[in-house]
Ligand binder design. Structure first.
Ligand SMILES: [Zn+2]
Length: 484
């Protein structure tokens, strides 16, 4: 059983990975690793350059006789997510990652390992160095800040790349090709409010909490409840049988998360309290039965808060607001017609905040089809305008529309079957990837993403499967020969 990385195969790939994890490269601090790649390329006499944002590009000429092949780009991101367990003393700005072999896997001691995307980078360095490979003209693109904002991909200048086929090495499941991703964009909505003094000074907080939440793209098709939508539904249902005044509505805290909790502060006169409490309870019980398979820890509370003179929404404004939030779409809008598991379009009602003169609502919408993204944002705009509110559609990032007719996909599928005797899986993800942005900047770029098997990236439990790294390298080098 090997005890250190240098004993693993392929040895030159692991040698580069062992070096990479000694160089700090948290998102936003990729310069030292970029410097290393540049100097390594120069040592090999390969042309290398860095653009203004910090992306590094290295070119390697074709092996003799393969000069006329269309160029191939190998791409990975320089940054890693830096997370550690609270009981671990580790300074990501200077300490090397302590990798260890555990059975069939490599992991780090209490920190993220950076196999995402360090293995992909190591494969690039190994391919730069290896003179035994057969290939056409190659470029190696190392991007910055993928993890926190896709910044490097966003800032690539047109003309920076020559190749027309791109292999993104940032996937996490061996034997699966990723061929698409979602684009996304946020909408910020301002619902104007008018207030009046509350009739009662008895204030209560109605709160929905304990929901599962999750990622607004990857978990949007899991049937989870949205705390803001539930809260507003409870209030809207109760409004027909009970009297209360809404002072504020609050919920959600991240644009890319399904809201897990939301609450309203209400004014309710003592004589109305029993009816209101009963209506909320009835409504919540109905809802929790509806969601019982998924939201097993859903809770609600209706509790007195300190008495104070407050200003609630006027009756018309309250009715208008509840109707508006109820009518705003949330969840899966469409599944992909050919890739059955793939959410094509979705929207997340992410945040609601009460200000002095307006209520702010933020929605984030995703789709792998640009026109479907626009269509769903138009629905948000239409509902907003009907409610007399204002919408500010923020600029988003482009998607990568799956192309099942891609020549690159056909070649790699056939090669995979020939190499491993089984079919590769083909998927797309309902989240943003660098390929979406690169594809928009370089129209016609044929792209595919693959990598070795990794589990729990972005957390200290991150680990990478050793055998899958060896097969990943085998497949990558076979791919270069096939395309060369
Ligand atoms: Zn990654």
């Amino acid at each position: 059983m090997p005890s250190n990385l240098s004993e693993l195969k392929p040895s030159h790939l692991w040698k580069h990975f062992a070096k990479i994890i000694t160089i700090p490269h948290c998102s936003g601090n990729e310069k030292p690793l970029g410097d290393y790649v540049l100097s390594f390329a120069k040592g090999l006499n390969l042309a290398a350059q860095r653009d203004k944002v910090g992306n590094v590009l290295v070119s390697k000429p074709a092996t003799p006789g393969h000069e006329t092949a269309a160029g191939v780009i190998l791409q990975g991101h320089l940054d890693m997510v830096c997370e550690k367990n609270s009981d671990v003393a580790h300074d990501f700005a200077k300490d090397p990652i302590q990798a260890e072999i555990k059975g069939d896997w490599v992991q780090a001691k209490g920190t993220t390992l950076g196999a995402d995307n360090g293995i992909g980078l190591a494969a690039c360095l190994a391919a730069m160095e290896d003179t035994s490979l057969v290939h056409g003209p190659l470029e190696f693109l190392f991007t910055v800040d993928e993890e926190t904002g896709l910044t490097g991909a966003n800032k690539i200048q047109k003309g920076f790349l020559k190749g027309t086929r791109l292999l993104n090495l940032d996937s996490e499941e061996e034997g699966t090709f990723t061929i698409g991703c979602a684009g996304g964009a946020d909408s910020e909505i301002a619902f104007p409010i008018t207030r009046k003094k509350t009739a009662s000074k008895n204030l209560f907080r109605l709160k929905v909490h304990g929901l599962r939440g999750g990622h607004s793209g990857l978990d949007i098709n899991q049937g989870r409840a949205n705390a803001i939508k539930l809260l507003v539904r409870i209030l809207r249902e109760a409004q027909d049988s009970a009297r209360f005044e809404v002072v504020c509505l609050e919920g959600g805290n991240k644009r890319n998360a399904i809201p897990r909790e939301a609450w309203a502060v209400l004014a309710c006169a003592p004589a109305e309290l029993r009816a209101a409490g009963a209506a909320f309870k009835r409504s919540f019980e109905k809802i929790s039965a509806e969601y019982k398979a998924v939201e097993t820890a859903a809770k609600y509370s209706f509790e007195r808060v300190e008495d104070e003179k407050a200003f609630a929404l006027t009756a018309d404004c309250q009715r208008g607001l509840l109707n508006f939030v109820l009518a705003m779409p949330h969840g899966v809008v469409a599944m992909h017609p050919e890739m059955k598991e793939l959410v094509e379009t979705s929207t997340n009602l992410a945040i609601i905040r009460t200000g002095k003169s307006q209520i702010e609502i933020i929605c984030s919408t995703r789709s792998s089809v640009a026109s479907a993204l626009e269509a769903t944002r138009l629905v948000l705009k239409a509902v907003t305008e009907m409610a007399g509110a204002k919408i500010n559609p923020k600029y988003g990032y482009p998607g990568w529309m799956p192309n099942l007719q891609s020549a690159l996909l056909a070649t790699l599928k056939e090669l995979y079957k020939r190499t491993f005797g089984k079919e590769a899986g083909v998927v797309a993800v309902h989240a943003g990837l660098e390929c979406g942005i690169i594809g928009e900047k370089f129209p016609g770029m044929d792209m595919i993403s693959f990598g070795p098997t990794m589990e729990h990236p972005h957390s200290p439990d991150e680990h990478v499967h050793i055998g899958s790294v060896e097969r990943f390298w085998q497949f990558l080098t076979a791919t270069l020969a096939e395309l060369g």
